[in-house]
Design a protein around this ligand. Structure first.
Ligand code: GLU
Length: 395
């Protein structure tokens, strides 16, 4: 007999990024020589100046519950960061600190979406956006793009996707999984369309903000008539190599911040106190402190594009940020390997796992069924070896 789980959990797809990472770990534990390019997780250590701040917080006996929306000093620091990096004026009562940007996004969806509302997802999009919409019993509507347009949607596509039921749109630039960065002009053109539909709220996920290779990311809330209906999401995981510390935050209209605090107060309370103290140091640090990681990611991106470009069949673009490449692999569809036909990106990704011992994530999970995602947040030698193995299998 099936376990009596709720319809809610039964309707929720599993996170493909986490599932692939778990599978890679499982195979490694079983003795297989797996190279995992599945998870978007910097392979650097958290910088010492941030670790020192955390140690100091422990020694100063920071051990109690924090205010639900975060320490006042951290919220002040986040306001300073928003002004410095994004030209955004937020007051501390517009900031909510959460247990990772993922919780920030879930909070926002929970407080804004009703069953039946439509959420626009420019594809490709991060796996959990659609799942979080499903949890809210909202309907997610994909706006497709392809590698030929650098994975960007157009204002005309946006206009065509909007209905009276549209309540939100999730933007993410630099984008996971494609690495695409929308320019200020491109964002302004999309905002012009949204200007005609005042019922739509914008979630602007800027978690990869600092990981860009020259094309500076632009904040959606910096567009004059969008500030009052944009929620800016950011966090420490990617830029500061702090994935496990779990600190995300939002800048939002005050009524949305208040609602998120209410939601969080009933589910998790304030985020970890030690991580919050360390976060004050991290967000106030000059961005130049983390440049060595960004430079290294750029070197790896160039190397990966160069090596993959030598393999027949991969269609590539040049991702301008984040730490993923997102090749179109549809040239391989219909081909057969050891009696198995590759029908789609999931089959292709599975082939790479089983035959090359390289873990990637299928583009199906991101609403882009012709592509696979490879994270280059791995060492240069691992990346070289992974691509060598892939080349061998494909040849
Ligand atoms: N955001 C990262 C990724 O896409 C971490 C895993 C997750 O939470 O999905 O790989």
């Amino acid at each position: 007999m099936p376990h009596p789980l709720s319809d809610r959990i039964n309707s929720l797809p599993i996170s493909q990024t986490l599932a692939m990472a778990a599978k890679a770990r499982e195979l490694k534990a079983a003795g297989k020589d797996i190279i995992s390019l599945s998870l978007g997780e910097p392979d650097f250590n958290t910088p010492d100046f941030i670790k020192d701040a955390a140690i100091e917080a422990i020694n100063q006996d920071y051990n109690s519950y924090t205010p639900v929306d975060g320490y006042p000093a951290l919220k002040e620091a986040i306001c300073t960061k928003f002004k410095r990096d994004n030209g955004l004026e937020y007051q501390p009562n517009q900031i909510v600190v959460s247990t990772g940007a993922k919780q920030s996004i879930a909070n926002i969806a929970q407080v804004l979406l009703n069953p039946g509302d439509e959420v626009l997802l420019p594809a490709p999009y991060w796996v959990s956006y659609s799942a979080i919409a499903i949890l809210c019993e909202a309907t997610f509507v994909e706006i497709p793009s392809s590698i030929d347009t650098d994975f960007k949607i157009t204002p005309a596509q946006l206009e065509a996707a909007i209905t009276p039921k549209t309540k939100m749109i999730f933007f993410n630039s630099p984008n996971n999984p494609s690495g695409t960065i929308y320019s200020e002009e491109e964002y302004r053109a999309l905002a012009k369309v949204l200007g005609k539909h005042p019922q739509i709220y914008v979630l602007s996920d800027e978690i990869y903000e600092h990981i860009n290779y020259g094309a500076k990311a632009f904040s959606f809330a910096a567009i004059e008539n969008m500030y009052d209906r944009t929620i800016t999401v950011n966090g420490l995981a990617k830029a500061f190599a702090m994935t496990g510390w779990r600190i995300g935050y939002i800048g939002a209209p005050q009524w949305i911040a208040k609602a998120c605090t209410k939601m969080q107060g009933q589910i998790t309370s304030g985020a970890n106190c030690i991580a919050q103290r360390a976060a004050i140091t991290a967000v106030l640090a000059p961005v130049s402190n983390i440049k060595y990681m960004v430079d290294e990611f750029q070197n790896r991106r160039d190397m990966v594009l160069n090596l993959l470009g030598k393999i027949d069949g991969f269609k590539l673009n040049i991702p301008e940020g984040a730490f993923y490449v997102f090749p179109d692999v549809s040239n391989f569809f219909g081909k057969t390997f050891k009696g198995k036909t590759i029908n789609n990106a999931s089959d292709f990704s599975m082939l790479l796992l089983e035959e090359a011992n390289v873990a990637t994530v299928t583009g199906d999970a991101f609403g882009a069924p012709n592509c696979i995602r490879m994270s280059y947040a791995a060492s240069e030698s691992q990346l070289r070896e992974a691509i060598k193995r892939i080349e061998k299998v494909l040849s």
